[in-house]
Design a binder for this molecule. Sequence first.
Ligand SMILES: *Cc1c(COP(=O)(O)O)cnc(C)c1O
Length: 376
Amino acid sequence: MVQAEAVIDLDAIRANTAYLAERAAAHSAATMAVVKADGYGHGALPSARAALAGGATWLGVSTVAEALELRSAGIDAPMLSWLNAPGTAFTPAITAGVDLGVPSMRVLDEVIAAAKAADRTARVHLKIDTGLGRSGATPADWPDLVTAAAKATAEGTVEVIGVWSHFACADTPGHPSIAAQLAAFSEALAVAERHGVKPQVRHLANSPATLTLPQAYYDLVRPGVSVYGLSPIPDCAAAEALRPAMTLRGRVLVAKRVPAGHGVSYGHTYHTSAPTTLAVVPLGYADGIPRHASSVAPLLLGGARRTIAGRVCMDQFVVDVGDDPVADGDEAILFGPGDHGEPTADEWAEAAGTINYEIVTRIGARVPRTYVGAGA
Ligand SMILES: *Cc1c(COP(=O)(O)O)cnc(C)c1O
């Protein structure tokens, strides 16, 4: 092992995707694996390959740049990019056969102009805001957007591949907004149809909906965090089959004896209560270890669970291991699937006051990803 690494289990990504895709297929829906943000920190390209091997037939990313990186690496699966600022160069995406999310008239106009420049038909997915209050056309603006898209379709500049939306509270099963969004989506589809827009795929379900809400599957589900084996919902029975794909570990830089009453790390927020061994682990907030994990987050070191002692620094943190025989170079496992007694990303999220999504996604570029499993 190098001094610190994130080990990514591609078999887990493949198996998680297969599990999700089977749930979707049972309701005649296909699966789009979401690999934005470098595959939630797992590496977009290896994650995409593993997800496709597991039965996903679509990939989802935020930006055109993310999509083009996958295309350059030879990924030719249908791919949707949905988060692009005004002024984005859409022509390379259209040329590369990347589908584009269209949340507004402004983006539609830019995509039409880019399609004309490329002398190609742009593949678009029109987005309705069914209640999240983020991007997407409001129900008030929707008739204009679908009318303009129908006109562009007739002119040959765009093809409406999809109509889609995104949930606000699908991670809280039974939340009243879920039914409201389902109803708003159904209404938006009816409006689109009345204006002559006939999408090939209608899609709405993120991971929580893929795990709990078959009536939201429509033609395509868009799971992200669950592909990587993390549950978006605490104590979710359907998520028990998932396996976390990332293990984060580091080697002890130095382990040394210090006397009682020794201050530890910046600000001396921790003091040793007895003569003890301090072990320094080379991962810090520059690597995505939350500073909020200071003095609270767990790890496995020297065969036992410990808690970080004092402040997390930019590049390192300290652990008080008492009289246990921890030595320079020993392995510290911060989180993983839990097989060896190591904490999980869920426990880190709990300790640091955040969500498992953020724990894995923020692991920094300095931490090498090591791939294991078929396809590694
Ligand atoms: C990130 C994202 C998803 C996946 O969400 P998860 O909760 O990780 O499953 C799906 N759709 C859109 C539009 C997203 O931005």
